[in-house]
Design a protein around this ligand. Structure first.
Ligand code: DGL
Length: 271
């Protein structure tokens, strides 16, 4: 019993290539207010969406090893690119549970759509991996999927330009053709994209539901913790942030997004 308690009181590891995973952290904090979190943003290597499969697997493996060395009880891949490409590798090679975002998001979208037409936007690596198409096909093959890679969104967000005219123009170009279909659900298949929601809402009709990764994956994590009696029983919770470059910039843009200071943010070299 003491052994279970001590594992349960360990933090949850959360990682992304940069700031995007904070959108997932926000949902995790809301749904799991008693848990502690270690957040890792691989800011030296962002964006992942333009990298090869081998490189994304290598970065994800190194981060997973780092988080495991910090004794996390579970890891959430708060990145669609790494979830699409590296989830199976990480699950096959780790002793702790690893949860990705794609399956929870697809299940949420399937229960949400009435028109059975779902749009998916993401990085080039996510769209090219076919992870969403394959997951939709295995869960609900009747749904039509329209996909679009939006490679400029991540640099725009990491630059702090999410609410600029430039962001709106780029979004219009990417989404124009998709918005001519009768989709009623749009998967924001990159954890950075919720930061663009105010801009996206200017051009996407109100009846289209935007599905982010945060809430669906937090629900999956919560169910997992419950099923395995791994909810923290400790009275004190804490958070720590690790980045591989530019801690100051991460802190500034990240705090704007989370609405509070992110401290401590520690720069680490894990290569
Ligand atoms: N936020 C990530 C994702 O969900 C990574 C984006 C990137 O680094 O290209 O795909």
């Amino acid at each position: 019993m003491t052994q279970i308690n001590s594992i349960a009181n360990r933090p949850i590891g959360v990682f992304d290539s940069g700031l995007g995973g904070l959108t997932v952290l926000k949902s995790l904090e809301k749904q799991l207010p008693n848990e502690s979190f270690l957040y890792f943003g691989d800011t030296a290597h962002v964006p992942y969406g333009t990298k090869s499969k081998e490189t994304v697997i290598r970065y994800s493996r190194d981060i997973t090893r780092f988080l495991i060395s910090k004794e996390v009880k579970l890891i959430v891949i708060a990145c669609n690119t790494a979830s699409s490409i590296a989830l199976k590798y990480l699950q096959d090679n780790s002793k702790i549970p690893i949860i990705g975002v794609v399956e929870p998001v697809v299940r949420e979208s399937v229960s949400n759509t009435k028109s059975a037409v779902v749009g998916v936007i993401g990085t080039r690596a996510t769209i090219n991996s076919n992870s969403y198409r394959l997951m939709f096909n295995s869960i609900e093959p009747e749904i039509s999927i329209i996909e679009k890679a939006c490679p400029l969104f991540v640099p725009i967000i990491e630059e702090g330009w999410a609410e600029t005219e430039t962001a709106t123009q780029v979004a219009e170009i990417y989404l124009k053709s998709m918005l001519k279909s009768n989709l009623d659900t749009l998967v924001l298949g990159c954890t950075h994209y919720p930061i663009l929601i105010p801009t996206l809402k200017k051009i996407i009709p109100a009846h289209v539901n935007l599905i982010s990764s945060g809430d669906p994956v937090s629900k999956t994590v919560s169910e997992y913790l419950k099923e395995h009696n791994l909810h923290s029983k400790s009275d004190t919770r804490y958070e720590e942030f690790f980045v591989t470059d530019y801690p100051q910039q991460f802190n500034e843009i990240g705090s704007r997004f989370l609405g509070r200071k992110l401290s401590p943010v520690t720069q680490v070299d894990i290569s």
